[in-house]
Design a protein around this ligand. Structure first.
Ligand code: ATP
Length: 348
């Protein structure tokens, strides 16, 4: 076994530790992947406050270049100043690398009791435009304005991506959340392109449209009625956290950002400055993102071994949760490193 591992070539993956709890959860994730003998060569790059502290740009060109070279990154959260300061690094990265599709699987985990059982949702979020355009203006002393942008190109691209993804993953239904009754042009375009993708190319997938406020109510009444949710940028952000709350919180929802030039895997949660440096953050969401990354390598680079290792890690963290080995956010008492150790002990 050891010889097989040594003979396997390693995949270069950019690792961005990030800010706040980022360095803690990335270190724990790296430790689990190393224990599982995942064939990964980490290329550590900085972004966010950590990059600024080194006298670099908040999103250094060298980090972008490294991701373009490797085509894969695992990223810890980067802190975004609220109401002032620089543009979100997370948003900049998605735009600069044109990572237009965010995917967040939301599922119940055994050992994490929640109000509903049987939740198995996938959120597909458009990642490049909408109210995240960053176009804000002071119009008069009294008026400020934020621009919501929708393009035919990006709406069509995400609609096709979502239907293709749903088809490949054998999902049954896509529901688009929108507010096209009020934002007739922008959300109207988002809706029209999704409808067209369904009618012209993907009639195999059931299709549903729902006004977002009603959709949120239905989500908290019975989330099991949904399968794949397709949303524009801001709605995707908000609904991701809502859905995380349905399955145990931000500590258990992973994510991936896909584009033509690469893929960046990151948890849905932010840098959680309130608990940073205390060793109590749940590393599971980033570990689950790393499992998505291994599966992506398995599929994209035809490396079966990565798929097997992903499955071993998944079984190990599932067993840890079943044995009530949990961090504080899930009602347990383990710290970040102790949870990682509990997963490592269960690797088979
Ligand atoms: P952002 O704007 O980047 O989404 P935020 O401050 O809105 O950041 P988070 O940083 O994700 O949101 O934190 C929201 C809450 O969830 C905080 O109370 C935080 O402590 C908690 N939290 C987030 N991630 C984790 C985690 N991995 N483990 C434990 N608690 C977490």
């Amino acid at each position: 076994m050891q010889e097989d591992v040594l003979s396997m070539s390693k995949h270069p993956v950019v690792l961005i530790p990030g800010d706040g709890i980022g360095p803690e959860v990335t270190a724990a994730t790296q430790r689990v992947l190393a224990a599982a003998a995942a064939p990964i060569e980490w290329i550590v790059c900085q972004a966010g406050l950590a990059a600024l502290a080194q006298g670099d740009d908040v999103l250094p060109q060298s980090t972008l270049d490294a991701i373009e070279r490797c085509r894969i990154a695992l990223k810890g959260p980067c802190t975004t100043p609220v109401g002032e300061g620089f543009t979100s690094v997370n948003v900049q990265l998605r735009k600069r690398l044109m990572l237009y599709a965010a995917v967040r699987p939301v599922r119940n985990l055994e050992g994490v009791p929640t109000r509903f059982a049987g939740i198995d949702l996938i959120i597909v979020r458009e990642n490049t435009e909408g109210l995240y355009s960053g176009v804000e203006n002071q119009v008069t002393d009294d008026v400020v304005m934020s621009m919501k942008i929708a393009t035919q190109t990006a709406c069509t691209r995400i609609a096709h991506w979502a239907f293709r993804f749903a088809t490949q993953r054998r999902r049954r239904k896509i529901t688009v959340f929108h507010k096209a009754n009020i934002m007739k042009m922008t959300d109207g375009l988002f809706l029209r392109t999704a409808r067209q993708a369904h009618q012209h190319e993907y009639p195999n997938i059931d299709y549903q449209e729902m006004i977002i406020d009603a959709g949120c109510m239905k989500l908290v009444q019975d989330p099991t009625q949904f399968d794949v949710l397709l949303l524009e940028n801001l709605y995707g952000d908000v609904v991701s956290d809502l859905c995380a709350g349905l399955v145990g919180g931000l500590g258990v929802v992973p994510g991936a950002n896909y584009g033509e030039r690469g893929a960046v895997f990151e948890a849905v949660h932010g840098s959680a400055p309130d608990i940073a440096g205390q060793g109590v953050a749940n590393p599971l969401a980033l570990l689950m993102s790393a499992v998505m990354k291994l599966n992506h390598i398995a599929e994209d680079m035809d490396d079966r071994e990565c798929g097997i290792i992903a499955e071993r890690i998944k079984s190990a963290y599932n067993r840890a949760l079943q044995d009530s080995e949990k961090t504080r956010d899930l009602g347990g008492s383990l710290g970040t490193e102790a949870f990682a150790s509990a997963v490592i002990e269960r690797l088979r």
